[in-house]
Design a protein around this ligand. Structure first.
Ligand SMILES: [Mg+2]
Length: 274
């Protein structure tokens, strides 16, 4: 093989390797947009918000909270650690096992987490679920959640462009209002007349509540963004206001969820710069 041929061969091989690596990365991301396309989408929402504000159209953006703005896995981990500490004698080694859980890769739902921890004893599973559930759905553990990367900056940016912000959450107002307000403030998320918390006071299933709320908001505002991590909820919101840019947060979601409507983009977080 001549030197020129060899160089061409090496270049070609490198090119193929790069293509394969790119395809593998795209596959690993699932349907989520690559970082540059995500930036473009979020920048487009900011621009659309500014345009609507300039036209006097009262722009607004709706965000779900759990696993859309704030990751809930750290809350589950904190509750399990508390349990482990209280029952260290009965369950030696459990605290260590829970400490090693990484909230960024933990599965969704207590059953899946306990499976990952290889807790097969039915009595123990029941005891842990009974301990976890009322605490997870209470006011007391919400500041353990973690904001999604870029979420706060994006909301601050939207407000600077003139948007009102609505946190549309299926959390129970009776059980979780106080803790939700405290957690939002704790992380620096705005909460005022231009950033309001809309909780599930209808006590209807989440998709119905969120669809209805979105339709109501669309009567008084130009909705420039709808953000949600549950497929059934984002579909309901998207169908209630097809003019608004619906965005699916590809974090974690319930197992029973159907597919996300075609044409709704998927993102992993709110980072504006790739
Ligand atoms: Mg959610």
């Amino acid at each position: 093989m001549t030197t020129a041929l060899r160089t061409r061969f090496i270049r070609k091989s490198l090119f193929i390797l790069l293509m394969l690596a790119g395809a593998a990365a795209a596959f690993a991301r699932g349907k989520a947009l690559p970082p540059d396309a995500q930036s473009k989408l979020l920048a487009g929402i900011l621009a659309e918000t500014a345009k609507a504000a300039a036209a006097g159209k009262s722009p607004a953006v709706a965000f779900d909270i759990d696993d859309t703005l704030l990751l809930t896995a750290p809350r589950t981990k904190a509750i399990l650690l508390e349990f482990a500490g209280k029952h260290a004698e009965r369950y030696p080694g459990f605290a260590d096992q829970v400490s090693r859980l990484d909230p960024n890769t933990m599965p969704h739902g207590i059953a899946e987490v306990l499976k990952l921890l290889e807790i097969g004893d039915q009595e123990r599973v029941t005891e842990l679920k009974k301990y976890w559930l009322p605490r997870f759905l209470s006011n007391d553990y919400l500041t353990f959640d973690w904001p999604l990367p870029g979420s706060l900056e994006f909301i601050v940016g939207l407000r600077a462009k003139g948007a009102a912000v609505f946190y549309v959450t299926a959390r129970s107002p009776e059980k979780m209002r106080e803790g939700t307000e405290k957690a939002l403030r704790h992380f620096g998320f705005p909460l005022d007349e231009r950033a309001q918390l809309l909780m599930n006071d209808t006590h209807k299933p989440a998709p119905e509540f969120k669809g209805k709320r979105t339709a109501e908001l669309a009567k008084t505002h130009r909705m420039t963004g709808l953000f949600e991590n549950e497929p059934d909820n984002i579909n309901a919101m998207h169908r209630a206001d097809p003019k608004a840019q619906a965005v699916f947060l590809d974090t974690v979601h319930g197992n029973a969820a159907g597919p996300v409507d075609e044409g709704v983009p998927w993102i992993k977080n709110y980072r504006l710069k790739p």
